[in-house]
Design a protein around this ligand. Structure first.
Ligand code: NAD
Length: 416
């Protein structure tokens, strides 16, 4: 199987061919600008020192400071972080915000660390990458297994290292530490704004629409709540420990509370009716109209793509559908709302957070939504127009949209 970064390059090349993009621009976009690898010694609760490995990849900063989350995962590797960083460049360009693409990762299973060990690991990471990050240089944020608390430790450590009044060094912070209203749900909310447009055009009725959501962390659980509020029927959800499918629907609010108490949605049959437990693999093949992928990459691949029953897939996760599966699904007529568009609400509100930190003036949730919605709707309309013009997939159209913006910047500024 090709690496995640090779998949990203395939996506870039496919779209570049359709738009007849200059070879030099493809070459620039195919290489991260800078990569940093760091060793992170942590004194464990046992008294011994353990060294973890971390990365920061800065893909492209032509549109603005590098921007992208930090992932804590036992299987994260450099190829994955390179792919995620390149997608961030594309994502920021799809929504037209003045930021570039970066991403970070630490090889660790954070569930095996105590709170003190996790804090020390986080502070050590900031110590090691501090020369490269900053509100005008590179701005990390939460990703898989990182959250507002971890961002609070990061900003605190960065300030302790002498960078006073630079709260914008990371986004996704708690409100009390300079976070933005609406950031926690922004990734899902952005996807919902795009879905609203599609639903209106296709005449889909939410109350007759069954939804399955893989991944029930930040992105997935907010999506469940937001779609329930709009009347969609959430029938299945899952997390790393397994899934649950409830034929007659799930109460999202009860599911969120139950997951908090019991640790996994698979233990929460009482949050729905007519429920059966299933594996993650089984869940995504269940009968539904919309499948939301909100966990990790490569979840839909050549071996299971044919079994997907949904008409619409929303990629809240980055890279959840492999290029082979993408082809199979597109041939079947499944509409895939690609990650670089579907989950771009998160980085858009991160941008708002950065702006608010710089101004030291904070917006209401209502103001955040008033600014997020037109950005997402415009990005969708632009992608949809490109798709119709080139008769290509939505993913190819999203890459064309992004690379058209990047091409203009490169041609205007020069890139040598
Ligand atoms: P998270 O850590 O809050 O949640 C991840 C969820 O996926 C958890 O419920 C976890 O149990 C589940 N999971 C892990 N492995 C799984 C597996 N093999 N099968 C099924 N579920 C599994 O992370 P998140 O922030 O919600 O991120 C989820 C995805 O969304 C990632 O791909 C991330 O890059 C992407 N994303 C997140 C944001 C954001 O703002 N948080 C923004 C853009 C994209």
């Amino acid at each position: 199987m090709s690496s995640l970064f090779e998949n990203t390059l395939k996506q870039i090349n496919e779209a570049a061919e359709i738009m007849n993009l200059d070879k030099d621009i493809i070459t620039i976009l195919s290489h991260p600008k800078r990569i940093l690898q760091v060793s992170l010694p942590v004194r464990m609760d046992t008294g011994e020192i353990k060294v973890f490995e971390g990365f920061r990849v800065q893909h492209n900063d032509l549109a603005g400071p590098f921007k992208g989350g930090i992932r804590y995962h036992q299987q994260v590797d450099m190829e994955e972080v390179k792919a995620l960083a390149a997608w961030m460049t594309m994502k920021c360009a799809v929504v037209g915000i003045p930021l570039g693409g970066g991403k970070g990762g630490i090889i660790v299973n954070p569930k095996e660390l105590s709170k003190r060990e996790l804090e020390q690991l986080t502070r050590r990471y900031i110590d090691r990458v501090q020369a490269l990050i900053g509100p005008n240089k590179d701005v990390p944020a939460p990703d898989v297994n990182t959250n507002a608390q971890i961002m609070a430790w990061m900003v605190d450590e960065y300030m302790k290292l002498g960078n006073l009044n630079k709260k914008g060094v990371v986004t996704g912070k708690p409100l009390e530490c300079g976070g933005s209203e609406g950031r926690a749900s922004a990734t899902s909310q952005g996807g919902v704004y795009v879905l609203d447009e599609i639903v209106a055009e296709k005449g889909i009725k939410p109350e007759e629409t069954k939804v399955v959501i893989q991944g029930f962390g930040n992105a997935g659980s907010h999506m469940a709540r937001l779609l329930s509020e709009k009347g969609y029927k959430i029938c299945g959800v899952s997390d790393s420990r397994g899934g649950i499918y409830c034929e007659e629907g799930i109460d999202s609010i009860n599911m969120i509370a139950c997951k908090r108490d019991k640790g996994s949605v698979s233990e929460c049959a009482e949050a729905g009716s007519k429920c059966e437990r299933c594996t993650n693999e089984e869940l995504i093949e269940k009968k539904c109209d919309i499948l939301v992928l909100a966990a990790l990459e490569n979840q839909v691949h050549a071996d299971n793509a044919d079994n997907i029953k949904a008409d619409i897939i929303i990629e809240l996760a980055n890279g959840p559908v492999t290029p082979e599966a993408d082809r199979i699904l597109n041939n079947k007529g499944v509409m895939i709302i690609p990650d670089i568009l579907a989950n771009a609400g998160g980085v858009t509100v991160s941008y708002f957070e950065l702006v608010q930190n710089e101004m030291q003036y904070y917006w209401t949730e209502e103001k955040v939504q008033r600014r997020l919605k037109p950005i997402m709707v415009k990005a969708w309309q632009r992608v949809y127009e490109i798709q119709k013009k080139h008769k290509c997939t939505l993913r190819q159209a999203a890459f064309i949209s992004a690379m058209t913006r990047l091409k203009t910047i490169m041609e205007t500024r020069g890139f040598e």
